[in-house]
Design a protein. Sequence first.
Length: 212
Amino acid sequence: MAVSADPVGAGFVASLARPGANITGLSNIGVDVSSKYIEFLRIAVPTLSRVAVLVNPSHPNHAGFLKTIQDAARTTGVVASSVRVSSAGEIESAFDAMRRERAEALSVLPDSLFILQGGRIAQLAATNRLPTMFWSRELADAGGLMSYGQDLVEQYRRAATYVDKILKGANPADLPVEQATKFELVINRKTAKAIGLSIPQELVFRADKVIE
């Protein structure tokens, strides 16, 4: 594995310390980290009261992500509502649903479909003047307002060390799954300007990268 949000929950490994079968590697964004999405969106939009959460109903971890986000939102008086998208053809109608729900921001959960459609999602969000939170800096580069997560390029590099060990005879069952320990906040100021949002300096100071 180069990326897996919850390898235990998905049934890939018995435990992070001892995978126990023929799969090991790296886990990426943990469900608990998703509470930060709400924290950063609330700083960016102090009056925030409604957040749409883009979920793929077929993703095994999205129910956990959504619960964590909704719990975090509830403690701050924000309503977080899920908007389901299981194919590229449903993205336009998802934004129609967000308008009906009067969403004031959008949080996009980690998913391969949303990676492939990330530029389109970011563009539609900008058209609807919705501040967005993604999990990958590549999607902030593609036009999302913010992202919070680990460096995926470094993640893939580290995955190669597992390949090296296994090719040299190591048993995957005995190689602990490595968890991400460093996360980065990326802010796209060009997108903020396009949607008429002024990013508070408090958030800019916390950012690891600011796209001007």
